[in-house]
Design a protein around this ligand. Structure first.
Ligand SMILES: *[C@@H]1O[C@H](CO)[C@@H](O)[C@H](O)[C@H]1NC(C)=O
Length: 204
């Protein structure tokens, strides 16, 4: 038995000695395998980066009338856009809430759903913010109307909260965003980002 095995081994070495290209091929394959393994380990080990660029659009509103005339509560359809360019894996967020304010007065709030955005794209996450009362308080309504009549920009402050997002290492994320309801330029304006780990910033 043992002799038989040895003979087989000899045959293999004979083969390699007679065909030098076979040796080169074995070495090349070994090197390729090594490089692939190291690359894979580095890739698996790379820290997650959270996206840096977020902005908010308000594609639909209703109930922004004077409260006496209003038949609906202020309601804002909101789209949060998340730019995952330069990030090599899907980015997932655990949603918390959105808050909409005008001239420092809170107008509406709603839930931000959980979401995932594929790598290297700009994802859209829809949310709806609403309030209980009908229409706007008179003073706010007057102010908004004044801005519209003068063709000034009507700006909304939209705060978006997440419990966490890929790359935030479990920290909650707060986005402070501006959306333009009326007037130009319409944006988009990038949100200010709060809550990401500091060393995440310095590594970029
Ligand atoms: C908000 O979006 C919903 C669909 O998600 C739509 O039915 C509704 O009409 C929209 N409201 C406004 C004010 O655009």
């Amino acid at each position: 038995m043992a002799a038989g095995l040895l003979e087989d081994d000899d045959d293999q070495w004979d083969f390699i000695e007679k065909h030098p290209w076979a040796k080169h091929m074995v070495i090349t394959i070994a090197i390729l395998f090594f490089v692939a393994s190291v690359s894979y380990l580095l890739w698996v080990d790379q820290p997650d980066f959270a996206p840096r660029e977020y902005w908010v659009k308000v594609p639909g509103v209703e109930g922004l009338e004077r409260s006496d005339d209003a038949v609906a509560a202020p309601t804002f359809n909101i789209t949060l856009r998340v730019n995952t360019e330069g990030i090599s894996r899907a980015v997932c967020g655990r949603g918390d809430r959105v808050d909409v304010a005008y001239e420092g007065v809170p107008l509406a709030h709603g839930d931000l759903p959980d979401f995932c955005v594929p790598p290297a794209t700009v994802g859209s996450i829809p949310a709806v913010a609403s309030s209980e009362g009908l229409g706007l308080p008179d003073e706010l309504y007057e102010r908004m109307e004044r801005q519209r009549r003068r063709n000034e920009r009507v700006k909304l402050a939209v705060h978006v909260r997440m419990h966490e997002i890929t790359g935030s290492r479990g920290s909650p994320l707060l986005l402070s965003c501006t959306a333009i309801l009326h007037g130009r330029p319409k944006g988009p304006f990038l949100c200010e980002v709060f809550g990401l780990p500091r060393d995440d910033f310095t590594m970029l």
